[in-house]
Design a binder for this molecule. Structure first.
Ligand code: ADP
Length: 324
């Protein structure tokens, strides 16, 4: 719903959202709606069911699988990965259609980072098939075509260790432009400044060093560095877990906007189920290296079929509990 909530003294007689809600009808403006039960939740909306199905349909229309028959941005088939002889990921199938955000969730140690590292070529000890836009990716980074290196970007978990402390923000963000595209200095700097603006940082940041930035600003710089080469697939590995909660929400909102505006495919790795709903359309749940559940976010979060997912859900802090 666009706009801002009205202040308490100026609430309309009916539903407070009515003046800004495109679903509002006369009944909504007449009196505050009575609570109704929708999937175990109490909702004060006379059109709750219609609103919900319209929202799901709209999201699928914007972000659904490419109708033009394009292959998935990322596809994993029977991928197993090991460290030495110890297998930590077994037979994983996973697909990220173009323009979709797929969340990969699971407890710490379930193999999420290992899978991400296989996809980006940082871990080569795997079997199975990984394809990017329909083309199989070799396991080793050095065997991959330059185009694939550029178009798949990885944002790491910890912005305190992922940025070189001896380089300025300008050098950090512009570096991939020099390495991958060989652009001249002036153009690199200009593009770096634009990438910073894309993540809501002014060009004044170009000359700063990482230790002069907050955690949230550092993570924005890391995202700008990933986006500057115009990738089509972004792997975000626990990108908010090193940040405090208020900053997490802002970064997630920023990523969502970028994903929408740039039609990015995104694999969003997290152990935090509360984040999944706000960012992804599809969720894949990993336990001890195997997929235990996969499906649309609403289905996985609201009606988990696997007891492990239900347990993960039960661990998500709830507002009612906090307020009790
Ligand atoms: P997650 O990202 O879900 O926390 P990881 O992919 O980091 O999980 O780890 C999966 C399993 O692989 C864990 O049991 C972990 O101990 C093991 N592991 C991770 N990195 C290494 C490594 N470099 N060498 C050996 N085992 C590792």
């Amino acid at each position: 719903i666009p706009g801002h909530a009205v202040s308490p003294g100026r609430r309309p007689p009916g539903c407070s959202f009515a003046p800004r809600c495109t679903f509002a009808i006369d009944e909504c403006r007449a009196a505050p709606p009575a609570p109704v039960l929708v999937d175990d939740r109490q909702v004060r909306c006379v059109r709750a069911l219609e609103v919900r199905s319209a929202a799901v349909a709209a999201r699928a229309a914007v972000t659904g699988p490419a109708a033009d028959g394009r292959p998935p941005a990322l596809s994993l088939r029977a991928v197993s990965a090991s460290y030495g002889h110890e297998r930590v990921v077994t037979d994983v199938d996973l697909e990220v259609p173009p323009n979709w955000c797929v969340a990969l969730v699971g407890e710490s140690g379930s193999g999420k980072t290992t899978l991400a590292r296989c996809v980006v070529g940082l871990h080569a000890n795997w079997t199975g098939e990984i394809t990017f836009s329909g083309t199989p990716l070799p396991a080793k980074l050095r065997d991959r075509p330059e185009e694939a290196l550029r178009r798949i970007q990885y944002v790491f978990q910890n912005p305190y260790t992922s940025l070189n402390p001896r380089k300025t923000v300008g050098q950090i963000v512009a570096q991939p432009l020099e390495q991958m595209l060989g652009l001249p200095y002036r153009e690199r700097t200009e593009r770096a400044a634009r990438a910073l603006e894309d993540v809501s940082l002014s060009r004044d940041f170009l000359s700063r060093y990482p230790d002069q930035l907050s955690g949230g600003e550092r993570q924005r710089v890391a995202i700008a560095r990933a986006l500057v080469v115009e990738p089509s697939l972004l792997i975000c590995d626990e990108v908010t877990s090193a940040l405090d909660v208020s900053v997490q929400a802002v970064i997630v909102e920023e990523l969502r906007r970028l994903q929408r505006e740039r039609h990015l495919a995104m694999l969003f790795i997290t152990h935090n189920l509360a984040l999944v709903r706000s960012v992804a359309q599809h969720a894949v749940v990993l336990r001890d290296g195997t997929v235990v559940e996969s499906g649309p976010v609403e289905q996985v979060l609201e009606r988990p079929a696997d007891p492990y997912t239900a347990k993960l859900m039960a661990d998500v802090p709830r507002l009612e509990a906090a307020g009790a």
